[in-house]
Design a protein around this ligand. Structure first.
Ligand code: SF4
Ligand code: SF4
Length: 226
């Protein structure tokens, strides 16, 4: 396969994603990390060495409705944006299959193991490798332009594609989300994050009228990117 084919495949797929409403698109080599994906049987991952990271931006004015708790309209919007990014992943998968290649779309909020609250893979890590952002203190994927307010899905494929590179940016001196988190879950060092404290607060929010699922949005609102 020629480099020109990889570039042409990339450009066509990116144009298709953008035409369907994607705000962000990037491609990562996942060959070295796919053994860690929670997909069974492992044989379905055979040859799927490219991870296409697709992002759809949340609406800024809806993010503004989040105060010290998620708003009802944010909860609704979050689900709709997940549906849109999942639909784009499906359409790209069909486009890939039409070209004679294989595709495995992984939806935005898909949970493989509810006990462990574990997805099939980390959209954030693939998004990072695909150049869509860096992992911030909040543990979220932070896009330099859109901050944390983006929902991501991934398509794994064997279609040869040009690869993107991770961005060379960090939180730097910013610690806005550390101060903003009502559960005090976010620490200066992302590896010290108190996931249990975050989960407990999400559970409490999920039980509020009109919310119904585990979301918060405060650290999403706080991070404006770099
Ligand atoms: S989702 Fe809410 S509770 Fe969890 S880290 Fe972000 S701000 Fe804190
Ligand atoms: S708000 Fe600041 S510290 Fe938190 S993730 Fe964003 S850039 Fe990093």
């Amino acid at each position: 396969m020629q480099a020109t084919d990889s570039l042409s495949n990339y450009e066509k797929l990116k144009a298709a994603a953008e035409a369907e409403g994607a705000s962000l698109f990037g491609v990562a080599d996942v060959s070295l990390i796919k053994d860690g994906f929670f997909v069974e049987p492992k044989s379905v991952l055979s040859g799927l060495d490219y991870g296409v990271s697709i992002g759809v931006r949340l609406a800024g004015r809806i993010i503004e409705t989040i105060a010290n708790k998620p708003s009802k309209i944010y909860a609704f919007h979050y689900k709709r944006v997940n549906s849109l990014v999942d639909e784009i992943a499906l359409k790209l998968s069909n486009h890939i299959q039409k070209g004679g290649y294989s595709a495995l779309p992984i939806p935005a909020s898909y949970v493989e193991d509810w006990g462990m609250m574990r997805g099939a893979l980390s959209h954030k890590e693939i998004g990072r490798l695909a150049g869509n952002g860096f992992i911030g203190r909040s543990g979220l994927l932070i896009n330099p332009e859109y901050g944390a307010a983006v929902r991501y899905a991934t398509v794994l494929t064997d279609m040869p594609l040009k690869l993107d590179k991770p961005v060379d940016i960090t939180c730097g001196e910013c610690a806005a989300c550390v101060a903003a988190c009502p559960a005090k879950a976010i620490k200066k060092d992302a590896k010290d994050m108190d996931l249990e404290a975050c989960r407990e607060l999400l559970k409490a929010f999920a039980n509020k009228a009109g919310i119904g699922h585990s979301i918060c949005g405060i650290c999403v609102k706080t991070c404006k990117g770099k």
